[in-house]
Write a protein that binds this ligand. Structure first.
Ligand SMILES: *Cc1c(COP(=O)(O)O)cnc(C)c1O
Length: 417
């Protein structure tokens, strides 16, 4: 069941016409379907329910407080990559013992914050980080639960910017050094080894890279056992892809089946860090047509959302389906859908067949629930746009549109000017 669907030629989110939301909240804006978020979370969680597991939603995909609160209400945990995400996670009600902390560049203040909070574990990405965490835990008289993020050197066959599990990527610790890391950790007073972790990339549309990564981790776990290191958690990271266009990624159930099969019988608790697969198709960016023009070789549809609102097309050449909010009988044209920003890279779609639109018409940029708003910026001093959650026949603004005053908040002109 798709909760963004046409009824009588009009795009709805659940029971609410998208046009109605846009009229009341203004454009551009992000809209999320509560039912889709919930269904995706359940589909993922249910797929693993016969093994001991914790689903740690990857906050960086969508950190809207309402979205996070929904997942914490559903019993989920959280995968964070910054102190800011920890702050949001706690605000959204996640219990610290369900929070895992990944990322190659954890700062001391962030480490301290996580130690004071008492999170489930730090996913360590370098030996120097391990050392820092041990030192800070000593200073704060805490014991840090750690797992090592292993780089299993598998090719996730995704966009190079979102591939993370190859030797040439900055993430994790190579398998041959991982054992060294664990041995080093054994000798540290203020850390406790509790797990092993990997995250090989994002928008992965095949099962095999996950199986390969798990195989590599299992070999390491065997080695660890030989050294008398017994861990509790096996964290497989996230990365499962979604359909933006014509991709056919494995469904969560198929993904879970493959992982459970490769894993075999185990006492380990499985941690998963899905992001995109839960929120990606639960959101859309709605934008208004400002102007149209033709250069003779190209048709342009200029809309009020730009790369600062949704950077994925610019950054990854990502495809997002474009839908009219109201269907007409006017036929299609091929056009570039571009934003108001002074960069040629400012586009939402290139050479796309789209319904012929007019000034003031609304367009929905689909599958924008993951890495959408969270990657937005104030470039060109554009205001960050609202986020709205729809549940059945009601909608709530879960983040207000910024105001001009917000733009200069915190800025100061020195007295000599
Ligand atoms: C980004 C990230 C995820 C989530 O990735 P998705 O592709 O959105 O599922 C999970 N774990 C870590 C460590 C990440 O950096």
């Amino acid at each position: 069941m798709n909760h963004f669907a046409f009824r009588d030629n009009e795009l709805y989110c659940e029971e609410v016409p998208v046009q109605k939301i846009a009229e009341q909240v203004g454009t551009p804006l992000y809209i999320y379907s509560h039912a889709t978020l919930k269904r995706h979370f359940h589909a993922f969680a249910d797929a693993f329910k016969d093994v001991d597991n914790l689903i740690c939603f990857s906050a960086k995909a969508n950190t809207n407080l309402a979205v996070l609160k929904l997942f914490s209400n559903l019993g989920g945990g959280l995968d964070i990559v910054s102190g800011g995400e920890l702050y949001r996670g706690l605000k959204a009600g996640f219990s610290p013992e369900k929070i895992v902390y990944s990322g190659v560049g954890k700062r001391i203040d962030e480490i301290d914050y996580a130690l004071e909070t008492g999170i489930l574990m730090f996913n360590i990405e370098s030996l120097e980080e391990l050392d820092s965490i041990n030192k800070r835990a000593g200073v704060l008289k805490k014991r840090a639960n750690v797992s090592i993020r292993v780089n299993p050197d598998v090719d996730a066959r995704t966009h190079p910017y979102i591939s993370t599990g190859m030797k040439k990527n900055k993430f994790g610790i190579n398998t041959e050094f991982a054992i060294k890391g664990y041995k080093a950790a054994m000798g540290l007073k203020n850390v406790k080894i509790v797990g092993i972790d990997c995250h090989i990339g994002s928008q992965i549309t095949e099962i095999k890279p996950f199986e390969d990564a798990l195989k590599s981790l299992k070999l390491l776990i065997k080695d660890l056992e030989a050294y008398g290191i017994n861990i509790k958690y096996l964290d497989m990271g996230g990365g499962l892809g979604i359909t933006y266009n014509d991709e056919v990624p494995p469904q969560p159930a198929e993904y879970a089946r493959a992982i459970k099969k490769s894993l075999g019988r185990t006492k380990l608790k499985l941690i998963l860090e899905p992001g995109r697969v839960i929120v990606g198709n639960a959101g859309a960016l709605v934008t208004k047509v400002l102007y149209r023009k033709s250069t003779g070789v190209k048709e342009f549809i200029i809309v009020d959302a730009g790369m600062n609102d949704l950077v994925r097309p610019t950054l990854y050449k990502a495809f997002h389906a474009i839908k009219p909010v109201v269907l007409s009988e006017e036929g299609e044209i091929v056009a570039d859908i571009v934003g108001p920003i002074c960069e040629s890279g400012d586009f939402l779609a290139l050479d796309r067949y789209v319904q012929r639109v007019h000034q003031g018409d609304l367009i929905a940029v689909m599958s924008a629930g993951a890495y959408g708003f969270v990657m937005s910026s104030n470039y060109c001093s554009r205001l960050k746009i609202p986020e709205v959650m729809v549940k059945e026949n009601k909608f709530h603004v879960t983040r207000k549109r910024q105001k001009y005053e917000d733009l200069t908040k915190g800025e100061k002109i020195p007295p000599y000017l």
